[in-house]
Design a binder for this molecule. Structure first.
Ligand SMILES: NC(=O)c1ccc[n+]([C@@H]2O[C@H](COP(=O)([O-])OP(=O)(O)OC[C@H]3O[C@@H](n4cnc5c(N)ncnc54)[C@H](O)[C@@H]3O)[C@@H](O)[C@H]2O)c1
Length: 254
């Protein structure tokens, strides 16, 4: 862990869902580097423990789609670290079939329900549990992990993913409006193609086509998304709420 990073997040407790690997693990590490005390939640207990160990944080196994499990995990985090100041709603899934999106006429109802439960209702479950404390303390930062697919159509994902990420963009604005008067800032990051295990579910030729359509000519690294999350949850963004920050190398414009 770098030790010369500015301690912008000292005194803040952060909780990262889906923090066991990929973007979430990078966010947890970057927040810890900047002085936050970090909790990692993940359905995979081993990944959560490993990511938490790497950043000196606290791990909880938790499926964000399971409301009772969310309540239990948040209580455990509060007992271990204190009240949560920063919620990073990062957990998300994007099922593919042979590396390709599934069209509506072949979509399985159970798969639709699962994606909505994790990507959208999971964010609600977390925010519903943690915002009462934030409002009472008049202090909080929420960062939702949206996607370029929540802003424009992309051939990369299925309709369930597009629907949930688009909803998250709307929900970010809604919560920003509701929570702003109570001292809680709510923003979203919209990543483009980022090199994580999730991205590897997509066919290589599709990933190559995305890079070709990306003005900066490459895919992004999880750490580049993590730095955007730190900006939005740190002291340099005190007057920022309801923003959707693209971290896509310009792919968003294509
Ligand atoms: N990688 C990209 O190109 C990309 C682009 C845009 C948006 N995103 C978004 O970024 C977020 C992270 O993506 P990633 O690429 O790091 O994915 P990833 O699959 O590499 O990691 C996701 C982590 O979330 C965990 N997880 C999955 N379902 C969960 C649940 N129900 N409860 C708790 N944890 C759960 C997984 O175990 C895993 O550790 C997602 O919301 C994704 O939609 C990713």
């Amino acid at each position: 862990m770098a030790t010369d990073a500015p301690r912008t997040h000292a005194g803040r407790v952060a909780l990262v869902t889906g923090g066991g690997r990929g973007i979430g693990a990078a966010v947890a590490a970057e927040l810890a580097t900047r002085g936050a005390r970090v909790a990692v939640l993940d359905t995979d207990a081993g990944l959560a423990a490993e990511a938490a160990r790497a950043c000196g944080g606290h791990a909880e196994r938790c499926d964000v789609a399971d409301r009772a499990a969310v309540d239990r995990a948040c209580a455990a985090v509060e007992a271990a670290l204190g009240p949560v100041d920063i919620l990073v709603n990062n957990a998300g899934i994007s099922p593919k079939r042979d590396g390709k999106p599934v069209p509506i006429w072949e979509m399985d109802g159970a798969e639709w329900d699962a994606v909505v439960a994790v990507n959208l209702t999971g964010c609600f479950n977390m925010a519903r549990r943690l915002t009462p404390g934030m409002v009472a303390r008049k202090r909080g930062w929420i960062v939702n992990m949206a996607s370029v697919s929540g802003r424009v159509w992309t051939p990369l994902v299925s309709g369930h993913y597009t629907a949930t990420k688009t909803a998250l963009v709307g929900l970010t604005r809604h919560w920003a409006g509701e929570l702003g008067p109570h001292g809680v800032r709510v923003n979203a990051v919209a990543p483009g193609r980022i090199l994580t295990p999730l991205a590897k579910l997509t066919a290589p030729e599709t990933n190559q086509a995305i890079v070709a359509a990306t003005p900066l000519g490459r895919a992004g690294e999880p750490e580049e998304v993590a730095r955007a999350v730190c900006f939005l949850s740190g002291p340099d963004a005190e007057f920022v709420t309801g923003a959707i920050l693209d971290v896509s190398g310009g792919w968003m414009m294509s």
